[in-house]
Design a protein around this ligand. Structure first.
Ligand SMILES: [Zn+2]
Length: 299
């Protein structure tokens, strides 16, 4: 039993209107006036985890922590790992170093105030550390971040970092500092890369294919990283007037999520991303200067 792979369970704690880079979505100035529903889905997630005796990593938006500090304190008190998801849900690829650092600092301040603890984990909104944003890692390290989960190892809409890696590895920053990267890894199927472990992919995939994909990761000894959002446990959330393709991706399969979570929790082992990183030896370290050189760099 103990040699079975420990998969990662992660939740990006943001509200139903925190959609990225999309025409028709409310602007940041409007957020304040929209009905908050983040607590509802988060509480459902906490109940499911508690019912199965599991813990996960919650990457919390600083904007949410400022408005719902008691919710974030409850997540931490239940024994889950707290990470930053930035403050205002901006794509790193659109920020640049100064704006990124300011946004990160604001989020860390809000999270520390809510939980009374320092925060050591980070995930960029939309997995948006892409091959041109490796400047983000020294900034993260300088703020005490030791675990990053921003890399999605395939090409995708907002993020995507095509790198040939199987599970967590150490990023060496060249000045003695290190960050452990816990990437989200796709499945290779019929010559293609299939994202499966969270968001719209998890909602869209039939239960059997989802189960097979986690089992395939387990066979390869590569932890999968599940990633969900509170709104995915809130089928009653207001619907935004989004372009057709985004609308489909954002709302497909909402009613299947709770069933799929229960199936995964009873079939596989899950833990926080720090537990995943400590569960088995890390892959070959990668010098951050190698990043940006594409897939070959990870071999
Ligand atoms: Zn997000």
């Amino acid at each position: 039993m103990t040699n079975r792979v420990l998969h990662g369970w992660s939740v990006d704690v943001e509200d139903w209107f925190h959609i990225l880079d999309c025409p028709g979505a409310p602007s940041a100035a409007d957020w304040e006036h929209l009905p908050a529903r983040v607590a509802l889905g988060t509480e459902r997630m906490l109940s499911l985890l508690q019912a199965h005796g599991l813990h996960g990593t919650f990457f919390v938006l600083g904007w949410v922590a400022e408005r719902h500090p008691e919710l974030i304190a409850r997540i931490a008190a239940a024994g889950h790992e707290i990470g930053s998801h930035g403050h205002t849900h901006q794509l790193v690829s659109q920020q640049g170093p100064d704006a990124f650092a300011r946004d990160l600092d604001a989020s860390l301040q809000a999270l520390t105030r809510a939980t009374g603890r320092d925060v050591h984990a980070f995930r960029a909104p939309g997995f948006s550390i892409t091959p041109n944003q490796h400047w983000a890692f020294p900034i993260l390290a300088s703020r005490g971040i030791t675990l990053d989960a921003s890399l999605f190892l395939t090409a995708r809409a907002h993020g995507g970092y095509p790198l040939d890696r199987q599970g967590p590895f150490e990023l060496q920053l060249g000045d003695g500092r290190r960050i452990v990267e816990v990437p989200t890894v796709p499945r290779r199927l019929l010559g293609r890369e299939l994202a499966f472990s969270g968001g719209g992919y998890l909602r869209l995939l039939p239960d059997r294919l989802l189960e097979q994909s986690f089992a395939d990761a387990e066979r390869r000894g590569c932890p999968a990283v599940a990633y969900l959002h509170p709104r995915e446990l809130d089928p009653g959330q207001p619907r935004m007037n989004l372009p057709l393709a985004r609308r489909f991706k954002y709302y497909v399969g909402l009613s299947s999520v709770e069933r799929k979570i229960r199936m995964l929790f009873t079939t596989f082992r899950f833990g926080t991303l720090s537990q995943v990183a400590a569960d088995r030896p890390l892959g070959q370290p990668l010098d951050v200067s190698e990043l940006g050189r594409g897939r070959e760099a990870g071999r």
